[in-house]
Design a protein around this ligand. Structure first.
Ligand SMILES: [Zn+2]
Length: 60
């Protein structure tokens, strides 16, 4: 088994990674990756709601 981050042999304590550093790198990637996907939806919904409230402009 090799470390998916740096391709070095994995350490039994940090499988499948070679070190805690690489495990942290992967965790960070995973967190930022999973964060980016769902956070797109609320942002879009917020934008859509903002546009909806903006659209009915009251004629003066
Ligand atoms: Zn590594």
């Amino acid at each position: 088994m090799t470390c998916p981050i740096c391709k070095k042999p994995a350490h039994p304590d940090y499988r499948p990674f070679c070190s805690r550093r690489c495990a942290d790198v992967d965790l960070g990637r995973w967190l930022s990756g999973s964060y980016a996907v769902p956070s797109d939806d609320p942002e879009d919904a917020e934008r859509a709601a903002e546009e909806l409230t903006r659209q009915p402009t009251k004629p003066h």
